[in-house]
Design a protein around this ligand. Structure first.
Ligand SMILES: [Zn+2]
Ligand SMILES: [Zn+2]
Length: 143
């Protein structure tokens, strides 16, 4: 999901990552897209504007996920998608994954709410994130 208020430079700074040109480019591609992207999508988009090494893209994605700037969204299979991690200006929201075409879409934060508060209070361990993914077949594939 796009974040119109996110300051990418600031996000990198808060993750203690230098705002290198390539990190900014990766973040812009992910942050400006309306749905999560696979590492390959991100690489191909970047390649179009100027040459970049595939390994570099993967390394940057790992660093951004580790720094909590991006989140890696699992599909249940090998593929993973990347989106902006929830932050003050970007609310956590569920995703829909089409098992047929492999498209992942962002759902609005209000569309599906899971009451986690009491669980967070009583869970004896530490919870870092709650990922909500709805699997199914999208409307295009159903047609
Ligand atoms: Zn589909
Ligand atoms: Zn999303």
């Amino acid at each position: 999901m796009m974040c119109h208020q996110c300051d990418y430079h600031e996000l990198l700074m808060s993750a203690r990552l230098d705002a290198t040109e390539n990190r900014m480019r990766v973040l812009e591609v992910v942050g400006n897209n309306t749905s999560p992207l696979s590492a390959d999508d991100i690489y191909k988009t970047l390649e179009r504007s100027s040459a970049i090494n595939r390994v570099t893209v993967y390394r940057i994605l790992d660093a951004l996920v580790a720094g909590g700037v991006l989140e890696r969204l699992s599909t249940g299979g090998r593929a993973a998608y990347y989106g902006l991690a929830p932050n003050e200006r970007h609310r956590s929201h569920p995703h829909f994954y089409c098992k047929q075409c492999g498209q992942m879409d962002c759902l609005s934060p209000e569309s599906l709410s899971i009451q986690t508060e009491s669980f967070w209070k009583t869970f004896p361990g530490r919870i870092d994130k709650v990922e909500v993914r709805v699997d199914g077949v999208c409307k295009n594939c159903l047609r």
